[in-house]
Every structure is written in C-alpha cells, then in structure tokens.
Design a protein around this ligand. Structure first.
Ligand code: PLP
Length: 397
C-alpha cells in the first residue's frame, strides 16, 4: 500500500497552538548557553542550593523505596502540613482533605485551573508585564487573555481603576501575580482590598500566583485570599521552586473551594496522575523549618536588590524599586535600540545576559529584566560591564 502523504505537518498543529510564538526567553538562552564567560542575570532561578536537609530527605525517601504513585490529590501528610503552613503564614484556612491539591509546580496548577474554569471565549484579566506563560496558558484553555498594562512611573502598581477599564460581561477570571515576575512589584494592602472589592462586585474568580510571597522585602505579604468574602472565590497557587530553591523538584499546590479543587483534580487525574512521590516527601521536610531556610536566602536577595537598584540609578537607568521576588526591571529606552537589540548587543559586547522586557508583554518594550539570583560579586562585575556599555551608547547617541 502506498504511504499516505502527510504534507506540511505544521498545518496539522491546532490553530490556537500554532498561533502562539515560542517563549523569547528560551531562544535567547539557547544562544547564551553556547558562550563563555557570560554573567547571566537571565534565568528566574535561585542560585542557592536546595537546603541540605531537604536534599537528604529526598535521598532517604528514595532509599526507603518511595518510588510509586501517591493519591491523585497528593500525600495527605503533605496536604496537612501545607494547610498549617498556609494558615500560619497567610491567614487562610484550607481543609487538607478536599481543598488542597498537590501539583507539578505552580505551572501545572495554573494550567489545571484554567482548563477547569474556562469555557471557550471567556475572558481572563491579567496584568502586564507578567510571567511569560499567562497569556499562552489562557489561549491553550480556549480563553481570551485581556492584558492590563502597569507602568514603571507607578512602580508597576495595579489598581482597581485599571481593572475597571478592561472588565466586560465576558470576564470570568482575574489572574494576579504579586510579588511580580518580572518587575518585583508587590501590592499594597489598600490595593489588595480594592481589587478584592472589584472581584466581588463583578463576580469574578481570582487566581492568585503567590510563588514569590516569602520573598517580600519591605512589608509582609498579604494574600487576596485572606480578604473578606474572597476565600470562596479565590484559588491560591504556590510552590517550592523559588523561596526554597527547589525549581527542579517541580513541586506546587493549589488551595481553593472544594468544587474547584475537585474539577482541577479531575483534569490532573487523567493527565498527570500525581506529583512525584519522593518529591512530595521532600516537600514535607521543606515545611519543617521554612523560616530558617528561607530567611538566609531572603536576606541575601535583599542585599543584592539594594545593590543592583542603586547601581542602575548610578549608571543612569531609571529603575522602580522591586519590593519582592528577585527581579529588577530597569528602563533602557532612549538609546535608539529596542529591548531585544539592547539585550543582544549587551550580550555580544559585554557578555551580560538579561531578558528583553518584551518577553513579558508588549508594554515591556524599553525595559530589561535582570534577575539578581546570582552572587554580589557577579552583580558587581555585571554592573561594571553594563555601566561601560551604557557609557558607550550615550557617547554614540
Ligand atoms: N509563576 C511565576 C510568576 C513564575 O515566575 C514562575 C517561574 O518562573 C512560575 C509560576 C513557575 O513555577 P513552578 O516552577 O512552580 O512551575
């Protein structure tokens, strides 16, 4: 029999998947990985080792033969530990039996939530600049992403007024991320209350990605889930990647109303089954002394934050003060270069890698994301190189 001709394979890829470009970050770092002596301020990944006792617990779990499936919801012992942790840290109580789902990172939790909630055409409000996955994840779930621009002049603050301008009768969800990747912005308590009132009045469900919550420097983090009347309409997403330096473990969780967690569990059950069993044991260990583990890293990030913001300003690059996470988002406009050209030229001429702001939404044009998840020595050298580079650009322009 004659083999069937497939023709161009790309025609067969689903239209909505085809329409989404690859993440700009990946292409950029494929190039970086082929170069030597590059100082990378690029990847959003802690430079700290995962705390030793957590790694040891992982090895012990493997030695004990913990290598099989767990319940789809995740180990009950872990859900119980998370219930106490979230209650103590954020002041919201979730039942470990039915209101907490263990996932493969916040990434999976977000995907499950969007797939569980979105009917084709539902609109999802989110703020830009934002984490690279949000708009794509909404489209994969057949929703319509609606970006709300935040601005450097306001410290990338998100206000109720900005949301009111973009809400429509089709809006179903509001997706929040504070402390924010890529700007480091946090939400002031009053803004949290106002945004909560907005969600209640428009009857929206809020998905809040609080993966950087422990890395808040200037004020304690307050979760929208803890606002009056919000627990029943909020899905709280969190994980171990950032604050515990456990990116490779792929460990996250979702806390929310029972019916929503049940719907997410259904998608998770048929697609992922469960998060890795020995990784769940490591997460139980990570919750034994979180403040000791995280405190050391947070203090160091804060020192670096203070250094890098001052350095940008000395170089002449305006930079809103990041109040959380480990990113700064300086303005690099005014030299006749797009963000992408600036990033590539900086890489080529001074071997400093940072991500063009446009990777985080169109309004990121004119900015560069610099992660300070690298040593102070590296940051000093990177800032010296950047200063030289900007000095040349100023002379040329
Ligand atoms: N959410 C935000 C805002 C992030 O910055 C990242 C990673 O950079 C993620 C989610 C992914 O988290 P995880 O490693 O838990 O999948």
């Amino acid at each position: 029999m004659k083999p069937t001709q497939l023709g161009s394979f790309s025609d067969r890829i689903a239209r909505h998947v085809r329409a989404i470009p690859r993440s700009g970050i990946r292409d950029f770092f494929d190039i970086v990985s082929t170069m030597h002596d590059v100082i990378s301020l690029g990847i959003g990944e802690p430079d700290f080792d995962t705390p030793e006792h957590i790694r040891e617990a992982t090895c012990q779990a493997l030695r004990d033969g913990v290598t099989h499936y767990t319940s789809n919801m995740g180990l009950l012992e872990l859900r119980q530990a998370l219930s106490s942790y979230v209650q103590k840290t954020y002041g919201v109580t979730y039942g470990p039996e039915r209101e907490i789902l263990i996932t493969v990172g916040v990434s999976e939790a977000l995907d499950l939530a969007l797939r569980a909630l979105i009917n084709p055409g539902d609109e999802v409000l989110y703020h830009e600049p934002c984490y690279v996955s949000y708009a794509a994840d909404v489209i994969f779930a057949h929703g319509v992403p609606i970006a709300v621009e935040t601005r450097a002049e306001d410290g990338f603050r998100l206000t109720r007024k900005m949301l009111e301008e973009r809400v429509t009768p089709r809006t179903k969800l509001l997706l929040l991320n504070f402390p924010n990747n890529p700007t480091g912005a946090t939400l002031a308590r009053e803004d949290v209350a106002e945004i909560a009132a907005f969600a209640r009045e428009h009857d929206l469900i809020v998905i809040t990605d609080e993966i950087y919550a422990e890395l808040s420097y200037d004020a304690p983090h307050s979760s929208i889930a803890a606002e009056p009347g919000m627990r029943e309409r909020t899905l709280f997403l969190h994980g171990f990647s950032k604050a515990w330096a456990m990116t490779g473990y792929r460990m996250g969780y979702a806390c929310g109303p029972e019916e929503l967690i049940e719907a997410m569990m259904k998608v998770h059950q048929y697609t992922m089954l469960c998060a890795s069993s020995f990784v769940q044991h490591a997460a139980i260990e990570a919750l034994r002394q979180p403040e000791e583990d995280i405190g050391i890293m947070r203090r160091e990030y804060e020192r670096r934050r203070n250094f890098i913001v001052d350095a940008f300003r000395e170089i002449g690059l305006p930079c809103a003060r990041p109040r959380g996470a480990f990113y700064a988002f300086p303005r690099i406009a005014g030299f006749g270069l797009s963000s992408t050209d600036f990033a590539f030229k900086l890489l080529e001429e001074e071997k400093v890698a940072a991500v063009p702001g446009t990777a985080f939404g169109a309004c990121g044009e004119g900015f560069l994301r610099c992660a300070y998840a690298t040593s102070l020595d590296n940051l000093r050298e990177a800032m010296a190189r950047l200063g030289r580079f900007v000095g040349r650009l100023k002379r040329e322009s």
